[in-house]
Design a protein around this ligand. Structure first.
Ligand code: TRP
Ligand code: CA
Ligand code: ZN
Length: 315
């Protein structure tokens, strides 16, 4: 012990004498940085800037971004433009619902093993009653900013990454069901997991994590434990959003949700610092679901959690 310490001291002294010793070099030599292990922090300001754009798209198109409307198509064009600029391979998948053309937007990040594809998605349509900012501008913008963060980073995922924005969710999960239906059994087997984000910035937020797959769930619950934020299992969701078709096709799913029209309990209000007896989202499916109808802290935490899960599950 004593010998090795003095030998090391001698070696350092020699290096220092040779003029090669700098703190920076010493640190990076001692522990080479695992360049891509950690997800970046997603800027909530960038997520909110996307919500501002979706809000003005609604305002310019009769107040909503519903399936079949000009507001929906403008929303798709906005997201697609950003992805194309960042180097994604994008495609629009058309389908018919109620006699009107709907669109899914699929964006692949080149590289990774396509036999193991990690997907994340959000529905981009609103109901006809309003601009759909919490439901589901938030999930759409959180997934978009995560995709753009992948493009900006030096992350070289082992698995292939695919992001999706679904149409006509509000008419009965139409776009996502269409996507899964048209996949061959072989295509389906290549999807190692699908992560869904539908309402992640509710104004009186709960922190719900889909309980469908234990491994995916743990990636999210570990993240929130690290922030000292309690989570609860999202159990009602099986048939309520775009992960349903994936789940039915035997694909592993996970996701996050901050609550819709249900009321927050006394216990939940204590856990999360919210308002007991009030809905998680008092503007759910109504005209007041605007950029005012957002809890910024929930939106920030959940957006960061999306990036964390993508980095973790695709590494
Ligand atoms: N999918 C619903 C909508 O878009 C929202 C919703 C209600 C939900 N309950 C859920 C989403 C549970 C995920 C999980 O209007
Ligand atoms: Ca953040
Ligand atoms: Zn929704």
């Amino acid at each position: 012990m004593k010998l090795s310490v003095s030998l090391r001291a001698a070696a350092v002294a020699t290096v220092a004498a040779a003029g090669l010793f700098t703190t920076g070099a010493m640190v990076s030599n001692a522990s080479p940085a695992p360049a891509q292990a950690e997800a970046p922090d997603i800027s909530v300001a960038d997520v909110k800037a996307d919500l501002d754009q979706l809000q003005s798209i609604a305002e310019q198109n009769g107040g909503n971004r519903a399936h079949g409307s000009a507001g929906y198509k403008a929303s798709i064009d906005y997201i697609k433009g950003k992805l194309d600029e960042a180097g994604f391979k994008t495609s629009l998948q058309e389908f018919d619902s109620g006699g009107q053309t709907g669109y899914n937007l699929i964006a692949d990040w080149p590289g990774g093993d396509e036999g193991q594809t990690v997907m994340a998605g959000a529905h981009l349509d609103s109901v006809g009653e309003g601009p759909g900012i919490n439901d589901n501008g938030t999930g759409s913008a959180g997934v978009l900013q995560t995709a753009l963060a992948v493009a900006k980073s030096d992350f070289k995922p082992t698995k292939h990454l695919r992001f999706a924005w679904w149409g006509a969710e509000e008419l009965g999960l139409v776009g996502s069901s269409h996507y899964v239906d048209q996949l061959s059994q072989d295509d389906r087997s290549k999807i190692s997991g699908y992560l869904n984000f539908d309402m992640i910035g509710s104004p009186n937020p709960g922190y719900f994590v889909y309980d469908d797959d234990p491994e995916i769930q743990k990636v999210f619950t570990d993240y929130f434990s690290g922030l000292n934020v309690k989570t609860e299992d999202e159990t009602e969701g099986d048939g309520r959003s775009d992960h349903a078709a994936f789940l039915e096709a035997g694909i592993k799913v996970g996701g996050l949700f901050t609550g819709a029209s249900n009321e927050m309990t006394e216990q939940q209000a204590q856990d999360w610092g919210g308002k007991a007896g009030e809905p998680f989202d008092k503007c759910y499916h109504s005209s007041c679901d605007t950029t005012e109808n957002i809890n910024e802290q929930a939106l920030d935490r959940n957006s960061d959690a999306i990036a964390h899960a993508i980095w973790k599950l695709a590494s």
